[in-house]
Design a protein around this ligand. Structure first.
Ligand SMILES: Cc1cc2nc3c(=O)[nH]c(=O)nc-3n(C[C@H](O)[C@H](O)[C@H](O)COP(=O)(O)OP(=O)(O)OC[C@H]3O[C@@H](n4cnc5c(N)ncnc54)[C@H](O)[C@@H]3O)c2cc1C
Length: 309
């Protein structure tokens, strides 16, 4: 809104207003005074959450009336007159297919790990930057900027690597700490569709936890061919995502009918498991990978010594 003058106070950059009705609490809850940066008496009113959805399908004249009532509710008791604006614009980013909203937010049942997931590259060929890929500084200019630097450095590293074989590309994409995971999944304990699992062979408890890997963005059963192919076209590699899963859950998932899409939906909705990129498995994941690898090696040794006797 452009006003004839700065009625809210030259020194004020931002102010807010609490709404008494909870379902409208996102409506004009925050105001940004841009007079110091825009060169004129510009005031921006923010709308969020449920109120933002209603906002997008409401007549601008009604919205203008409401925002002025909020402002007059704040300033009239202070003896300050709120003039009618000279010009107004109502943005409709929620319905704009190039935006679908103004910036990222964490929905109920989402978490910071979803930002890591959005930042995962695909096949070391397709990289993602932007505010929605940084869990440290989401929804900010500096977050978007820093994520650009992060991905530029990933691209730089990727282009310096020898990409003769797809296998190498995959390993380097996930980093040396994840080479062990790659090795483990060369011989999965359970495999169906684009899902494969590895478990600690020394623990047979159905509740014992192992890794599940899901190849996303690949037609069923083609994933293995793509991994073993020596083709240099890394764009055919599906995005590999991981989750921790118990033996009994993995066996249950194998029985789910309707293909990989149904299984993926079951994994997330029924088991409540979250997929993550290889760089997000963290110390817990790394130590699980080490113990599975050690247990496999131990089992191999036992077999060898049993053979010699
Ligand atoms: C009202 C408001 C106030 C804000 N205030 C602050 C603030 O005070 N401080 C702060 O740090 N941050 C603020 N932010 C957040 C900040 O503006 C964003 O986090 C930042 O601009 C995000 O940058 P980005 O490059 O990730 O995405 P964007 O700037 O959204 O860029 C994405 C671009 O991709 C384009 N695009 C999308 N889909 C396609 C497609 N299919 N093909 C081609 N192009 C496509 C879009 O049109 C857009 O231009 C504010 C944001 C809003 C909306």
């Amino acid at each position: 809104m452009v006003f004839p003058h700065v009625f809210w106070g030259e020194e004020l950059d931002t102010f807010g207003c609490l709404n008494e009705r909870s379902h409208q609490r996102g409506e004009f809850f925050l105001f940004y005074g841009y007079h110091t940066v825009s060169g004129g008496p510009v005031l921006i009113a923010l709308v969020a959450g449920e109120a933002a959805e209603t906002f997008e399908c409401t007549e601008p004249s009604i919205l203008l009336h409401r925002v002025l009532s909020v402002l007059r509710g704040i300033y009239t008791p202070k003896g300050i007159d709120v003039p009618n604006p000279i010009q107004t614009i109502c943005t409709r980013w929620g319905g704009d297919p190039l935006s679908y909203g103004s910036y990222s937010h964490v929905r109920v049942q989402s978490s910071g790990s979803d930002y890591d997931l959005l930042a995962e590259s695909v096949g070391n060929r397709l990289f993602f930057a932007g505010e929605a890929t940084t869990r440290q500084h989401p929804a900010t200019m500096h977050g978007a900027f820093l994520s650009g630097l992060r991905e530029a450095s990933c691209i730089y590293r990727a282009t310096r690597r020898n990409q003769n074989y797809l296998r190498k590309v995959i390993q380097k994409n996930v980093g040396s700490s994840n080479d062990m995971l790659e090795d483990l999944f060369e011989k999965p304990d359970l495999e169906f569709g684009n899902f494969s699992c590895v478990f600690d062979p020394s623990i047979e408890d159905p509740k014992s936890i192992g890794f599940m890997r899901v190849g996303v963005g690949s037609s069923e059963n083609s994933y293995k061919q793509e991994l073993t192919s020596s083709s240099q076209n890394a764009l055919t590699i599906p995005l590999q995502l991981y989750t921790f899963i118990s033996r009994e859950q993995a066996c249950g998932l194998e029985l789910v009918t309707g293909g990989d899409e149904s299984r993926l939906s079951y994994l997330v909705k029924v088991f409540g498991l979250k997929l993550m990129g290889p760089s997000a498995i963290g110390t817990v994941g790394n130590s699980l990978a080490v113990s599975i690898s050690n247990a496999r090696r131990g089992r191999g040794r036992n077999r060898m010594s049993a053979g010699r006797q």
